[in-house]
Design a protein around this ligand. Sequence first.
Ligand code: HEC
Length: 246
Amino acid sequence: MLQRTILTFAIGLCLTGSVAAASDDDAAISGDLAGMLRAGRAVVSANQDRINDPAKGQAGLDGPGFLAQAIAQFHQTTGKDPNDIDPASRGGRLVHMEMDAIVEVIDANQSTFKAPGPTFKGFIPAVFSRLVSEAFSRRAGGEAEMKVTAPPDLVRNRKSRPDAWELQAITAHFQSSGWPKGQPFSAVIDQPNGHAVFRIAVPEYYAASCLGCHGNPKGTVDMTGYPMEGASLGDLGGVISIKLAH
Ligand code: HEC
């Protein structure tokens, strides 16, 4: 659950002399965006068997059916229905762009879902997250961006490597002793063009279900063809990174 604590990262602000502030809105909106991504990922996970084997039935796995399940999951975890957010507000527009991105990605993968099984098709929660983040960022057209990244030694897909800000959120904050587990790190950063951007990094940790691919023995190739990272339960596994333009 995204906490609403805002830790303002002062360096960017001091350099330019202006003080750009994060609003409550920024934290709430990025909480909804991260929550919807997590909800969709949970739906992929819950339906992994049916995605891998159409003989098990694929009702509700088309774009709109999948989105309905993701909305139900979001509601279950947050107590909110994203359709209740005023669609004319910034948060409402962005969450709708993300929901449209989910439908786009699921519809684009119907032939994968329908390919005969049982077989591993590679459409897993991490791939869903990357594709939805890309589709969302494209739809949001500079107003917002989303990405799932990880500590550099864990990154599998080169597209997901952390940028400088994400890297310092990981090394200086999430991996420092005493950082409260699960607490996001955020900052408002003035850009050279005079505009500010709100950035937030939300840490994620390995659960038991992750370790079949990211666990031990380190270096052994997992079912997806990547060498396992040797991670342990509860280790920092990744970061949901969101930017909101001011
Ligand atoms: C079936 C094997 C498998 C399982 C289980 C799995 N992952 Fe992954 N994970 C992958 C693959 C493959 C990728 C690369 C996806 C891509 O192409 O972007 C990946 C990518 C990631 C990334 C994005 C950064 C990167 O390395 O490219 C994070 C973060 C991540 N996984 C965390 C987790 C967490 C946390 C869990 C458990 C909740 C988990 N994974 C479960 C296989 C798995």
